[in-house]
Design a protein around this ligand. Sequence first.
Ligand SMILES: [Mg+2]
Length: 193
Amino acid sequence: MPVPKQSFINLKIDKSWTLFLDRDGVINRKIDGDYVRNLNQFEWLPGIHDSIRQLSLVFGKIIIVTNQQGVGKGLMTHEEVNTIHEHIKNLVAEKGGKIDAIYYAPELKSENSDLRKPNIGMAHLAKNDFPGIDFLKSIMVGDTMSDMQFGKKAGMITVFITNVKLPPESLNLIDLHFEDVAAFAVYIQNPGS
Ligand SMILES: [Mg+2]
């Protein structure tokens, strides 16, 4: 189990809180050196439906924010990305959970788009669509440093998903870390224990 920073021991999450989730490597298996180009290549991580179902009971909103520069590279279309995202929303709902919205950044890294993480354009899109979102009552869960930078820039609590030791220089960007979303879901339902 992680050692929570002192300020998180009494962290009390209720429906006024928002959960931001990265996609690849958090919800579905990441394809090293490539992109999940279409639904055939999309593979859920084990246990993720049950975790999202539990987290849906705790958080008011759950939002996915994902960089998909494969679109900018011409390797996949907006339609293919949207098909994957409809599949995610539908399957999660079928299993008793809820994803309120999914935002993606199709631009190339070299374009330095405001939408693309670590920039926080997608957080602002979410806040536009759901004005009740408070970044100070939000948690960003991801598996890369750009996710952690995104969360910190917006003022969120950051949660890193990893099964390896954290690099020391990353510690100021990471508030909590867990092996997978299931372990985070267990923690968030009883953060004091
Ligand atoms: Mg990722």
